[in-house]
Design a protein around this ligand. Structure first.
Ligand SMILES: *Cc1c(COP(=O)(O)O)cnc(C)c1O
Length: 359
């Protein structure tokens, strides 16, 4: 069986470093708000070419706390892409704002700038482009359309990706990251962070994430308990050192997939100019997806779908009445093939050969 993702292979390659780092945390007796979080924040800010990073409990929280820090409230509108993970929309909803979705670009599968433009109103108070599958959204166009409206980059799938030489998470007002185990930079549990060059926003998010506390038991805001913990930070510090190597490996894997799938029945991903995708996912499109997936499964190739139901069609978002033509069409065709740094050439050859034999 060729797995969609195999985290054990990665663990084997960093076992000693991780075990040592976590043991040190346990010996220190300090599990929350310690040196590892502090150092990781510095290291991740540097990595993303930003001034500030605040460790948080998840990508979902990073998005919500960012919106909260920007003052999003009932009556406001927040725009994001319709094909994302639900968390791109949840923060706005939990703050009482209205979620507006855009359709996607046919080639990049990311927020369509033209559709963004159509959806902006005087109530639009934040825009959340998603760098889906690890490929940056069209940030220049989006920034130009946004004008003064703050942009929150959902970079939860794009740790290390670059757009015109800039790291994702450094281009908008705030960048949001998830360290969910399966992400390119993943913890061994939940984790997340925001990155920004805005000192005030960074400070506000830090306080919000620490139950609104600016001094011990003096609470400035009605905050959240959303701290990144020491064990996760220690693991992330080990893994961050390997991230570029792993991302390069994912790129090589994607290239090999592209080459070997030429002339096959599936549509392979396209990269826009001047970006470096980090291939969190390698997503192809096919007709009759169910049959395709069953066939691959029977041949020992595991696949998944990201995501089978667009946000506007989720039960949780039944209030959204928008129709999103491309998003909805593609949601029936997309399939994520096995993709991770440790995936071997032989495995990719087997996957692509299996696809080429598909009738
Ligand atoms: C994973 C993910 C999130 C949420 O991150 P969690 O850490 O799981 O809360 C948000 N947006 C996108 C695009 C994601 O892939």
């Amino acid at each position: 069986m060729i797995p969609f993702l195999d985290l054990q292979r990665q663990f084997e390659s960093i076992k000693q470093e991780v075990t040592q780092a976590t043991e040190q945390v346990m010996q220190s007796g300090r599990f929350v708000s310690g040196k590892n979080v502090e150092e990781f924040e510095k290291e991740f800010a540097k990595y993303t070419q930003t001034k500030y990073c605040v460790g948080l409990n998840s990508g979902t929280d990073a998005l919500q706390l960012s919106l909260d820090a920007l003052g999003i409230k009932p009556g406001d509108e927040v725009i994001t892409a319709g094909n994302s993970f639900i968390a791109s929309a949840l923060g706005a909803s939990h703050l009482g704002a209205k979620v507006i979705l855009t359709d996607i670009n046919k080639d990049t599968y990311n927020m369509d700038p033209a559709d963004l433009k159509k959806n902006i109103t005087s109530k639009t108070k934040a825009i959340i482009p998603v760098h889906l599958y690890g490929q940056p959204a069209q940030m220049n166009e989006i920034k130009e359309i946004a004008g003064d409206i703050p942009i929150i980059e959902d970079s939860c799938q794009a740790h290390g990706a670059q757009y015109h030489g800039k790291k994702t998470g450094s281009i908008g007002t705030i960048g949001c990251f998830s360290f969910y185990p399966g992400k390119n930079l993943g913890a061994y549990g939940d984790g997340g962070a925001i990155t920004t060059n805005d000192e005030e926003l960074a400070e506000k998010i830090r306080i919000l994430g620490n139950v609104g506390m600016n001094q011990k038991y003096y609470h400035k805001y009605k905050g959240y308990n959303s701290r990144l913990d020491e064990i996760q930070a220690a693991i992330l510090r080990v893994k961050l050192k390997h991230l570029d190597t792993w991302n390069n490996k994912r790129n090589e894997n994607a290239k090999l997939y592209n080459e070997l799938l030429e002339g096959s029945s599936v549509v392979t991903p396209k990269e826009i100019n001047n970006v470096k995708s980090v291939y969190h996912l390698y997503v192809v499109r096919t007709k009759e997806r169910e049959k395709f997936q069953k066939y691959l499964q029977s041949e020992g190739v595991q696949t998944l779908i990201h995501y089978p139901i667009p946000i506007n069609k989720l039960e949780a978002y039944s209030e959204i009445k928008q129709n999103l033509a491309i998003t909805e069409e593609y949601s029936k065709e997309i399939v994520s093939l096995p993709m991770f740094a440790e995936l071997t050439q032989e495995e990719i050859q087997k996957v692509t050969k299996t696809i080429k034999n598909y009738k």
